[in-house]
Design a protein around this ligand. Structure first.
Ligand code: 2P0
Length: 323
């Protein structure tokens, strides 16, 4: 290992939470305060190549063709090196096929791809659960992107208990997500990590959020098992609004929404009133993701594209796990 290059390439898809992760129980181990539940999306993916190279004095990161800060990746690679018993530095070349760091879950696909590529390049053979735990150290949501389709993240008090696993559902082939990009996908001012910590520390509604999530997870899992898209959609929309309510109430407030965000929400309401399957969810950014069906996706896309301030709308089916 020490005298030669070892390299591996991985691809992972981003995921959108239907029951959100917002807050940690342990910052050092990056343990989430609650569980969460997501859908992995085929249309948003990251490809990452990791090369351990004895000639390197420090880790190097290239993101979307440019040199990027290596600090967070370096800390992640240190975990992989410790586990593999190596000290070699690595070159990481990674590219997203969607806007980076704009509230489109690039850290989820990014750290899932990095976990798979780095562990393989370091000579480790980790099973999916071990990969999920490893990916979580990079980003909580990345633990879910190891798996395709619907995934459930377990909160855990210990490192080895906080991992995601796939959930089977008759809805899998039927669901689509329409991703309405608001504001051109510009990078956001503040990371979700910082924003969720600030919410946990200052929002009077944060306690209510923590109490809500276990109930919402139960409802979502029941809806998935029963193939009940209406129940899943209503739950996902309500859960997203509850997360944002806790953030709105932080002091000072965290507001991700832009005028066009609300305009898309109104359009989703109109679509639903006219019988279209459409439920909104919003993450740490202004974009709106609309849960819908294969049959209704084109109609949802056409409608949200016309909203002032929406710069693009993409339809995604469920994606595969990291490979
Ligand atoms: C989610 N988000 O469940 C929620 C909803 C954003 C809003 O997980 O600190 O980048 O790296 O563990 O995974 C974004 O948080 O946070 C996120 P860290 P991460 O998808």
């Amino acid at each position: 290992m020490s005298s030669k290059l070892t390299t591996a390439t991985a691809r992972a898809c981003a995921n959108i939470a239907l029951v959100k992760y917002w807050g940690k129980r342990d910052a050092l181990l990056n343990l989430p305060a609650t569980g969460s539940l997501s859908l992995t999306l085929a249309a948003l993916s990251t490809q990452t190549t990791v090369t351990f190279d004895p000639a390197l004095a420090a880790d190097e990161v290239e993101l979307d063709g440019r040199v990027a800060p290596a600090h967070r990746v370096e800390r992640f690679l240190d975990l992989v090196r410790a586990r593999a018993g190596i000290a070699t530095r690595a070159r990481v070349v990674t590219a997203n096929d969607f806007p980076t760091a704009s509230g489109l879950a690039s850290s989820a696909s990014g750290f899932a791809a990095l976990a798979v590529a780095a562990s393989r390049a370091a000579g480790l053979a980790l099973d999916p659960r071990e990969l999920s735990i490893l990916a979580r150290h990079g980003s909580g949501s990345a633990a879910r992107s190891i798996f395709g389709g619907f995934a459930r993240m377990h909160s855990g008090d210990r490192d080895e208990d906080a991992y995601a696993e796939p959930i089977a559902s008759p809805l899998l082939d039927r669901v689509r997500m329409v991703i309405a990009i608001v504001g051109g996908g510009a990078p956001k001012a503040r990371t979700s990590r910082d924003a969720m910590d600030h919410t946990a520390a200052t929002s009077p509604l944060y306690r209510g959020w923590l109490e809500l999530v276990p109930h919402d997870l139960e409802i979502a899992e029941r809806a998935l098992a029963a193939g009940d898209l209406v129940a899943l959609g209503e739950l996902a929309e309500a859960n997203a609004f509850a997360m944002h309510a806790s953030a709105f109430a932080a002091r000072p407030a965290i507001i991700y929404w832009q005028p066009a965000t609300l305009a898309v929400l109104e359009e989703v309401n109109r679509l639903r009133a006219s019988g279209v399957a459409a439920w909104a969810t919003i993450d740490a950014g202004p974009h709106v993701k609309v849960l819908t069906t294969a049959a209704d996706a084109a109609r949802v896309q056409a409608a949200v594209r016309l909203v002032d301030g929406v710069t693009a709308a993409t339809i995604s089916a469920a994606g595969a796990g990291a490979s």
